[in-house]
Design a protein around this ligand. Structure first.
Ligand code: GDP
Length: 591
């Protein structure tokens, strides 16, 4: 039998490859692992690697025919864009580009952000003191550029996960001495998925061992072909340390901005994203909002995620009070009831009542999500109670290093005291729970524990599909308590059965149209109309289901107490005989 042919491009994402073969990405990742390639779902692999995996699944890979036309980009349309889709073309005006800086750790993201800020911020402003609010604006030749000042993928990913996608342009920092590294690849994948153009800042060119050509080669392999080589990617050599090339970088950003559709309606619906937020002891909730459409005005009522409130004050990144903020302007605001999460979408609503209603709905939806995650976790615990699993494997994600340490310590302590089950922490890191974590949890049958973090939407979706448990906590004690209970096999299921009564079947009456009804005497507790029921015959359970009807002396009743007689109909079951025993019970939520 000849293998099926599959056309593959020179580089393909693991997810796309799996999709092309009609298999689960997990299976693809496992195959890659067994071939010694550790790849995540978002990673891009080359043709040869993809061909090996394809062969394992019975496909014969052939290089894709070069398409002359640019492939239609598939990616996400950010939520805020969807929400302003109704804006009229004629009302849209150019706005400053919003730029985020991504790259591998230590390649110089923070240094570059500092260098840009120092060289261009507040030109002409006396003092030029800037506050850290998570974003700032610089001016070049009379035009503004907004920089998101929270480097690292976590912030970008958090925003993307919520559909916020703050950035219009990604500046990818690659250290010229170190070259393309795992987080560089990850950043490229993120930017591509979000359809955000990339400008490469080739940093640290001042270093004697800088090797720009090597880096350009690596970039070209990842389909970021430098413009000087005839490609579309602008590569700007810079030195954040010596503040060289900064102006070129800004010029390139404006160039890319001009060829992108970076517009908004300053008079339209007010919408944007939360950049960061915290609780300040003196001021209350301080949140930085990036306006993405419309003009935010002080005094308006804002809903951000599950926080809301009337704005009491607004400041720009210099700490100067402002009355309004147009598109692409970051402002720090006071007046929210709660701390929203970075990446939450915000919008202006008419009044506080409307805001409250929206928030209530969102809170309910969140609760439902947490509840469903718990259910599947109980399953897993039950499995090792039955001896199926001997080791509790955990992946822990927390907000900061400072929370991770005590959690790890306490969990290890629990593990030492546990006789039957060993605990193994596969890894513990800071950051939100992402798809990668879910992948690993699924592949290694681990439980994902989040402390003061969120599970990204994509991660949640994947977890649902893969049956991975995600458990989120905000109190360490609760986290360790649950693990302790689990180890002792005591973790309560979400619902517990509560027995409410028992009845003996004394007679059986055929009733036309209804089927059979059992004439019973309640011998314990009570029989209840809205309860579940089990039918025993000689010690065996013959039926489990619901009460269809309950009558006392021909009257429909809600309950019948012990010592009394009643007629009981069972839902979809008529094989009742004299001598059967009925047990009535309810399922009650714990906690
Ligand atoms: P991040 O982790 O990407 O934010 O990187 P940092 O900005 O913290 O920089 C990491 C290290 O590289 C620091 O020690 C910086 O001083 C150094 N560094 C950053 N930019 C340059 C540069 O242009 N030249 C040199 N020689 N060192 C740099």
């Amino acid at each position: 039998m000849s293998a099926k042919q599959i056309e593959l491009p020179s580089a393909i994402g693991v997810r796309d490859l799996a999709q092309k073969m009609g298999i689960s990405p997990i299976d693809a990742i496992k195959k890659l692992m067994s071939n010694g390639v550790m790849a995540s779902i978002n990673q891009t692999i080359d043709f040869d690697t993809a061909a090996i995996v394809a062969a394992e699944f019975g496909f014969d890979a052939v290089p894709e025919k070069q398409e002359v036309e640019e492939k239609k980009e598939v990616g996400e349309v950010p939520l805020w864009r969807q929400k302003i889709a109704g804006e009229k073309e004629a009302d849209l005006l150019p706005r400053p580009p919003v730029v985020t800086i991504l790259g591998h750790v230590d390649h110089g993201k923070t240094s570059l952000l500092d260098a840009i800020r120092k060289t261009n911020v507040a030109a002409g402003e006396a003092g030029g003191i800037t506050q850290h609010i998570g974003a700032y604006q610089v001016e070049r030749e009379g035009r503004l550029i907004t920089f998101l000042d929270t480097p690292g993928h976590a912030a970008f990913t958090a925003m993307r996960a919520r559909g916020a996608q703050g950035a219009d342009i990604v500046v990818l920092v690659v250290a010229a001495d170190d070259g393309v590294m795992p987080q560089t690849r990850e950043a490229i994948a993120h930017a591509k998925a979000a359809r955000v153009p990339i400008i490469v800042a080739l940093n640290k060119i001042d270093k004697p061992n800088a090797n720009p050509d090597r880096v350009k080669n690596q970039l070209a392999e990842l389909e970021l072909v430098p413009d000087e080589w005839g490609g579309n990617t602008i590569v700007v050599p810079v030195s954040a340390k010596q503040k060289m090339g900064i102006d070129d970088l800004l010029a390139s950003i404006l160039l890319v901005a001009d060829s992108s559709d970076i517009r908004a309606n300053p008079n339209g619906k007010v919408i944007g994203s939360v950049i960061e937020a915290e609780l300040d002891k003196a001021k209350g909730v301080v949140a930085t909002l990036l306006v993405q459409n419309g003009t935010l005005k002080n005094g308006q009522v804002v809903v951000a995620g599950t926080a809301y409130g009337r704005l009491k004050a607004m400041f720009d990144y210099r700490g100067k009070p402002v009355a309004k903020a147009g598109p692409s302007m970051p402002v720090s605001v006071l007046g929210l009831s709660d701390v929203p999460a970075a990446g939450d979408l915000f919008e202006v609503v008419e009044n506080e009542r409307t805001a409250r209603e929206i928030v209530l709905k969102r809170q309910e939806a969140q609760k439902a999500q947490v509840a469903s995650a718990k259910m599947s976790l109980e399953d897993l615990f039950a499995r090792f109670k039955s001896g199926e699993v001997k080791e509790l494997r955990l992946i822990i994600k927390a907000d900061v290093q400072g929370s991770l340490e005590p959690i790890i310590k306490e969990i290890n302590e629990l593990g030492k005291n546990s006789q039957e089950i060993a605990i193994k922490i596969l890894y513990a890191e800071t950051g939100n729970i992402g798809e990668n974590d879910v992948m690993l949890a699924s592949a290694s049958k681990a439980i994902l524990i989040g402390f003061n973090v969120q599970a990204e939407v994509s991660a949640r979706r994947l977890a649902e599909a893969e049956g991975v448990s995600i458990r989120l906590y905000d109190i360490i004690y609760r986290l360790t308590e649950d693990i302790e209970k689990a180890l002792k096999g005591m973790l309560q299921p979400e619902f517990v059965e509560k027995r409410i009564g028992k009845a003996h079947v004394l007679a059986v009456f055929p009733i036309s149209k209804v089927g059979k009804v059992a004439g019973c005497r309640v011998v314990e507790g009570e029989a209840r109309r809205n309860s579940k029921v089990r039918l025993f015959r000689g010690g065996d359970i013959v039926y489990e289901g619901e009460v269809a009807s309950l009558k006392h002396e021909k009257e429909d009743v809600r309950e019948v107490r012990a010592g009394m007689e009643c007629g009981v109909g069972l839902k979809n079951f008529h094989d009742i005989v004299v001598g059967d025993i009925l047990e009535f019970y309810t399922l009650e939520k714990t906690g």
